[in-house]
Design a protein around this ligand. Sequence first.
Ligand SMILES: CCc1cc(N2CCCCCC2)n2ncc(-c3ccc(F)cc3)c2n1
Length: 255
Amino acid sequence: MFNKLWKGHKPLSTEYTKEEVLRHPIPEHVAIIMDGNGRWAKKRSLPRVAGHYEGMQVVRKITRFANELGIKVLTLYAFSTENWKRPKQEVDYLMKLPEQFLTTFLPELIEENVNVRVIGNRDQLPEHTRRAVEKAMEETKHNTGLILNFALNYGSRRELTYAMQEIAKQVTKGQLTPEEITEDVIASYLMTKDLKDPDLLIRTSGEIRLSNFMLWQLAYTEFWFTDVLWPDFTEQHLLQAVAEFQQRGRRFGGV
Ligand SMILES: CCc1cc(N2CCCCCC2)n2ncc(-c3ccc(F)cc3)c2n1
């Protein structure tokens, strides 16, 4: 086990082709922590919100490409429960992005049979944001292509806490015994209950931490970190992540 030292990535110069990647099993569920938007703007002496706007264009591009690769679920960490601590002006801007994204791209997403979903606490979102995402979920709920799953005002510890409270209520009501609380029962109380766990987690901008994201669901997920800032993330980076995922031998705890 210890001989698998972190070798870093092959330099991107080793271009991976879509055809090459499609010759091997594609990860069904890819999750992405889309980091580095503020830093991207700062490097260009632009306001932080310019990085978020650029990051939104990359969401469209990577969604389209993930669908082309045959990825079944793409979960994107768009706003965490901790992000409310950012300056009000930035939060107000971020809360407008879902409707901006959907106004621009929902027709294309419907065209491409994409199913838009959201995990997180929607009731704390501004009404205009909630209305936009719920409209998109409603209009795409019968689509059978890529599931585009936005984590919006999502926090894993809050998700787990809520699940434990609900399970405790069931036990108090005599509907459930402690012995019946299995991993599957717990998973059925999570916001991701209808989804398989991520096979591959990508985090951009060189941060190497989970930031309260899908802590239960990522138990057996392969992690792929890159210094690339999210606004600079391209199809080639996604190909590299998937190609390296395909080269790893997942053991799910076995030998
Ligand atoms: C609410 C925060 C936020 C931030 C954000 N950024 C900014 C930070 C990360 C980089 C991507 C661009 N995006 N990009 C798309 C959405 C979006 C969310 C839900 C939905 F149904 C449709 C689109 C989004 N939402």
